[in-house]
Each structure stands twice: as C-alpha cells, then as structure tokens.
Design a protein around this ligand. Sequence first.
Ligand code: GDP
Ligand code: MN
Length: 304
Amino acid sequence: SGPPPVTRYNLNNVTITNDPVANRENVLVLTPMARFYQGYWDNLLKLSYPHELITLGFILPKTKEGNAATIELQKQIAKIQKHGLEKERFKSIIILRQDFDPPIPSQDESERHKMANQKARRASMAKARNSLLFTTLGPDTSWVLWLDADIIETPPTLIQDLASHSKPLTVPNCFQRFYNDEKKAMDERPYDFNNWQDSPTAQELSSKMGKDDILLEGYAEMATYRALMAYMYEAGADIHTEVPLDGVGGTALLVKAEVHRDGAMFPAFPFYHLIETEGFAKMAKRLGWQATGLPNYKVYHYNE
Ligand code: GDP
Ligand code: MN
C-alpha cells in the first residue's frame, strides 16, 4: 500500500448560482440551539430544497436545557434518517456540543434582551456560530443558511427564494405572531431589529465610543436612528423587493459559502463597535460583499 490518496477539490467547480436546485448545489443549514422547538423541526422538514443536498449542523450548550434539547433533537433525527422516506432524509447531520458555558443561565426573552446582558451574550453567540461554521463548512458547500432554532415558520421554498437573488448575503424579514388583546385576534409584529441601514447618528455615536464599546439596536437608551428593515414591510408589495443593509441578524440568513471562505465570520469582540451577526455584515462588507434585505419576505419567530 502506497501513501494515502489525496482528495482534490477545485473550488471554482463549486457553483453558486441563482438556480441552485438545477445546479445541484450543496446547502449547509446551521443552527445554534439552546432549546428544541417542534415548530422549527417541522418547518425544516417541509423545506422543498432537495434534502439530499442539505447538510444540517447544530451546536448546543452543555447546560441542562442544552442536554434536553440534544436528546430531543437526536430522537427527531433518528425518525427521519433511519425511518423516514428517502426524499425526507438529509445528506448528513452534525451535532456539536459547545466547549464553553453561556454567560447567563436564564434564557427567558426579557432576561435575554436586557441591555446589560447583551455584550457577553452576543459574544458567546458569536463564538458558538464560529465553532459551528469552522467545523462544518466543506469544500463542496455552495450556500450556508443560518436558521435559528426558534424560527418556526418560513415558506417551504425559503432556500430557492433567497438564492434566486444571487446575493452574497440575503436576509428575509423576521416577524412574530401574537395574540392582540385589543383587537381580540391573532396579529403579528416585527421581531428582528438587527437588520438595518446605518445612520449618521449611529456613526456619530460610534465615533465617540471607547474601543471596547458596542452599539446595540432596539434599545431606547441608545437611539441610533438607523433605518430598520423590520419597519420596511409593505403589505401586498413584491416579496422580492431588495434593500441594501449594513447590519444583519442571524434568525434566517443565506450566505454564499465563498463569503465565509474569504474569512467573514462572527466577531466575538467589538469590530467597528459591532458584534456577532452585525459585525459579520460589516466584515463581509470590508471584504467586498454587500448584504441585501428582503423587507416583504417574512419568516416567523416563536412567541414565548
Ligand atoms: P433572540 O431571538 O435574539 O432573543 O436570540 P436567541 O436567544 O433566540 O438565540 C439565537 C439562537 O441561538 C437560537 O437558535 C437559540 O436557540 C440559540 N442559542 C441561544 N443561546 C445559546 C447558547 O448559549 N449556545 C448555543 N449553542 N445556542 C444558543
Ligand atoms: Mn430567538
């Protein structure tokens, strides 16, 4: 027996086109997961992109909650990969357990969103996303779809629809359904405020900040006057309307794999006073890749 065989990949043969199904392009769906939501899983199974081209990657914290979520996730995976129909099965699935602890034990929405908790929480999320990305991105990956574990409703054609724009980073508008007590009916409201266009006020604020300070969006204490995609939704308008973005969220985000291969990742430290997904958009931009938002294309976040 001679030396071990060498596997060669020509990255220029890995296409990234606006018709990824026809071109048999591989998609990596990456999900940081603190809790398992059945709605997320059911929605994922309904995605009409050919499952044999989809690799799923998960990272879960080693907390009590993370342990419970891992068990539930594995149970659901076994159902599909072992007993599901051929066309339901995914190409491969990777589960990672985080090697560091989250900074705050509580995961309640109000606690999570307290401004004082943001820097440590977002830094920890950035590290989780980077660990997941750097251990799963393969030489044959064309696209990376970031999809949070609490995104419970998207069109089944999510991947095809976002990819059809053929942009380096494409972000739908993340909303949340809720019961409106005044109207006595179900209603919906914008959820993800990390998709924004920069403003002179935010620029001014960041120019006066200490080097380790970060700008946050969605806090009255820190009015940035950025234009938020969350508020750009127009009922009945074209779902494929595009707007340029300077900051993005990670609830649902399609990225051309070459953007990550170029080195764009989620800074766990202030990068131009931005962190995690917002820092990622900035880093991508510095590498020449512009983010695009789709204000009228909605996906839905779980309501606690
Ligand atoms: P929010 O929607 O902005 O409040 O953020 P979430 O708390 O929902 O977090 C975003 C995503 O990361 C979700 O998919 C969570 O399940 C997941 N997540 C939250 N905390 C952790 C963590 O400590 N480790 C990992 N691996 N995932 C986490
Ligand atoms: Mn969430």
